[in-house]
Design a protein around this ligand. Sequence first.
Ligand code: GDP
Length: 198
Amino acid sequence: MKIKTANFVISNTDVDKCPNEPLPEYAFIGRSNVGKSSLINMLTERKSLAKTSGRPGKTQLINHFKINANWFLVDLPGYGYARTSKKDKRTFQKYITNYFLKREQLLCAFILVDIRHEPQKIDLEFMEWMGENGIPFSIIFTKADKLKPKVIERQVGEYIQKLLDGMWEEAPPYFITSSTHGAGRDEVLNYIDTINLG
Ligand code: GDP
């Protein structure tokens, strides 16, 4: 996919105020510092479409970008736990769960994980929550330039195995990316193309 246009549309915390055009939508989410802004800029070939960590605040919002006038790229805030008051049950921030539960035009979420790290509890729990709610997702491993190919293979293999040992019968689609090297760009964009056309 060639990115002809990539324009910021709106930021907010309320899923009901997200754009109501019936365009297919793809969301990007992960823990803060995972490399989400860098990845979005790399995918869209724009230097600062998504604000990198230097400018916090922006990332606390649901940010919609319109790509090629025919799909939305959604930059979601880094997730964390929010404690519900009555039951001491950990859950994810309300505006994030609302977004996923209500946003009908969402076709796929990309959950970003840093390829250097062991599977993190919060990421695994978030994937579990997505699965329980029937929300399709893929994994994007970020910062692959930081590891040698053999180590990448091992890290990814262990991550997928961890999912298969847990609640997953089948591994989700996954992509290995580096924003500094542009690795994985064609794969992610072609995947979006395939879903858009499907
Ligand atoms: P965000 O908080 O998830 O949006 O993360 P950022 O995109 O702001 O990146 C966090 C830090 O990781 C910054 O210092 C980036 O320069 C660095 N970073 C992000 N992506 C990559 C990557 O692919 N390779 C390397 N080496 N560093 C990266």
